[in-house]
Ligand binder design. Structure first.
Ligand code: 3NM
Ligand code: MG
Length: 532
């Protein structure tokens, strides 16, 4: 009989990382008390006799806590101490060979750095794969490129329909764990079965607390994903009614003025002034800060973060990554605008780095941008603009991208499509003149961020107990409201006294956002819940 393994908190030992004065077995025992569920003994320096002694002592401790013990690389050591199994790397003994030597029912895990490795692991019928490295790590010299959270999801997709379990490894710690778990879920909703860590536990002077922290976050995430709670404000069961959406949008618009959220925006130099003015006109407050050193402080106090790569320079990357990292840490909504992602290899690389660092709540872009993000060549782009008529099936497209990125997705165009991965809402408002001012898409990002910040701020204390979530509040509603408010305002602004062309239109738009009321939105909004 094969032992049933709980892979959730998988500790890989690292004696060389122990803090000064901390004993190995003491540290191991504390980590077991803190909630480690499986232990792998990893010894890269020890000679065979020492390795066996360490493994034997570790096995006795693991038995005491009824936790399975695996040995890294060495079948002989595993046999000598009657370990529960073995963990092998791509350069170690072949899986089939290891299995031949080990007793029936032994657990076999394999390190996988690529999709090909994962496919081979399935053919070899291993019990679990260790997917890494997710992030950079100082604990092990890496021979293959970092996978990144989004790369892990692709590998988890490949495990669909198999019994092979998966843990992520490399640079995972309590600060990035929740974001890691959310970011690695596959497009078919398969999460990691566990996370493997060395330094977060072994380098800690308090391994019990370190393990406990990881375990708490892991289980909060698991509870949340299993409960699959519907988005709080918009749905009646599984049903979305456009009437209800409209009422929620109007209510949220009024709330922005009451809540007056602070919106941290790292945006491009072309639109920074008008983005700040639009934010103020909506009743929110902008702060346009870019210095990496102040990101932690700002994340604590802001209501939402907007990241826009329109005039991206390499030196802005650190600030954006820090801002996003802390926004996830403090559970603030993030609106991400991958402006002109298709224009250059540089921008494409930046987007990958950013989305591997933070989990966006809303991603917005035009057809060309979102096509590149999705890896589709259905829509072309020219610089920052989209070319041609768009997707054959925009509804299916936004829904699929939303599921893949696990973020609300806003596809802008003559009709705007918004999806939370479950439903799609389309908005048929706006005016052609929006295409005649620069950055109409960028200011839409500011409007969405203001609405998302307000939606998050309005969540009742009750709903905040969903600790497994990266943000509370209805980001789908926030995205819809931002689009409706800005596009309805554009329609009104065109007919405003004194508006004669693009220049006066921009001032007219800001004035309209400032003075617009609920009735305007109720009269003009064209919101459709798409049946897909
Ligand atoms: N294997 P930490 S990364 C043992 O990518 C190991 O296969 C990796 O250590 C892989 O949790 C790694 O301290 C080290 O980053 C993980
Ligand atoms: Mg190895």
């Amino acid at each position: 009989m094969k032992r049933e393994v709980d892979y959730s908190i998988y500790l890989v030992t690292g004696r060389s990382l122990l803090p000064h004065g901390k004993d190995y077995l003491e540290s191991l025992e504390e980590s077991l008390q803190g909630g480690v569920t499986v232990v792998q003994i990893r010894e890269k320096e020890a000679d065979t006799r020492e390795f066996i002694q360490i493994a034997r002592d570790s096995k006795a401790l693991c038995d005491k806590y009824n936790v399975p013990l695996l040995v890294n690389d060495r079948v002989d050591v595993a046999l000598a101490v009657k370990a529960d199994g073995i963990h092998i790397g791509q350069d170690d003994m072949a899986v089939a060979q290891a299995r031949k030597h080990l007793p029936e029912g032994s657990i076999i895990g394999l390190t996988c750095n690529t999709l090909e490795h994962v496919k081979a692991a399935i053919r070899d019928d291993v019990d679990y794969v260790g997917i890494g490295a997710v992030y950079g790590t100082k604990t092990k010299p890496l021979k293959s490129p970092l996978i990144g959270v989004r790369g892990v999801g692709v590998m988890l997709d490949a495990l669909e329909g198999t019994n092979v379990k998966a843990v992520g490894i490399g640079g995972i710690n309590s600060r990035n764990l929740l974001r890691t778990l959310h970011g690695t879920v596959s497009s078919r909703d398969r999460p990691l079965d566990g996370i493997a860590v060395v330094s977060d536990i072994f380098a800690s002077p308090h391994p019990l607390q370190a393990a406990k922290k990881l375990s708490k976050i892991f289980h909060a995430f698991k509870d949340d994903i299993l409960s699959a709670k519907p988005t709080p404000t918009l749905y009646d069961g599984d049903v979305l009614m456009s009437e209800k959406v409209l009422r929620a949008v109007v209510h949220l618009m009024e709330s922005v003025r009451k809540v007056n959220p602070l919106i941290h925006q790292i945006t491009n130099t072309v639109v920074a002034t008008q983005s700040a003015n639009v934010t103020l006109a909506l009743g929110a407050s902008p702060i346009m800060a870019t210095e990496p050193q102040e990101m932690e402080d700002l994340s604590r106090i802001c209501g939402a973060l907007l990241v826009n790569i329109g005039t991206m320079r390499a030196e802005n990357l650190e600030g954006m990554q820090k801002a996003g990292f802390y926004a996830n840490t403090f559970r603030k909504p993030i609106v991400f605008d991958p402006v002109g992602i298709g224009a250059s290899t540089f921008r494409k690389g930046i987007v990958k780095e950013l989305l591997d660092t933070f989990q966006a709540s809303v991603i917005k872009g035009n057809g060309g941008e979102l096509a590149v993000l999705a890896g589709s060549n259905e829509v072309d782009s020219k610089g920052v603009d989209s070319v041609g008529s768009g997707f054959k099936d925009p509804i299916a497209f936004v829904k699929a991208l939303s599921r893949k990125e696990r973020s609300v997705v806003v596809l802008t165009g003559p009709t705007d499509y918004i999806s939370d991965g479950k439903m799609v809402v389309s908005i048929r408002n706006g005016d052609e003149i929006l295409g005649k001012i620069t950055g109409s898409g960028c200011i839409l990002g500011s409007a969405i961020a203001a609405c998302c910040a307000t939606a998050a701020a309005q969540v009742s204390e009750d709903a905040k107990t969903t600790e497994g979530r990266l943000v509370s509040g209805d980001m789908f509603l926030g995205a819809i409201a931002g689009v409706v408010i800005l596009t309805v305002a554009a329609e009104l602004a065109v007919h405003r006294d004194g508006v004669k062309g693009p220049g006066t239109f921009l001032s007219g738009l800001i004035d309209t956002l400032w003075s617009m009321d609920s009735q305007d939105v109720i009269n003009l909004a064209k919101i459709t819940v798409e049946q897909s």
